[in-house]
Ligand binder design. Sequence first.
Ligand code: SF4
Ligand code: F3S
Length: 106
Amino acid sequence: AYVVTDACIKCKYTDCVEVCPVDCFREGPNFLAIDPDECIDCSLCVPECPVSAIYAEDDVPKDQQGFIALNAELAKNWPSIVERIDPLPDHADWADVKDKLPHLER
Ligand code: SF4
Ligand code: F3S
């Protein structure tokens, strides 16, 4: 499955959800997760993300491996999102910030 990683936190651009053929994105307060049981590995979402937050599971950077299990866990509890919405209000301030996991809201 594909995996949403750190860069998405506090940005949530949601361009990714529009292209997913199986509607497997799930929405939390300041992050999206991909349901790994639904994702068909089409890769269409990857170039849509302005902050390059989405990776194939095999390509997730070493320091972000925890996001693989995190997507699976969060996707179970969050509702589906299939249409683009406005990014979070201060997305531009957070787009280049690293290690945003402490800011993740569930
Ligand atoms: Fe959806 Fe394809 Fe991205 Fe998986 S890889 S989340 S199926 S768009
Ligand atoms: Fe997040 Fe990028 Fe989608 S910031 S909401 S993974 S377009």
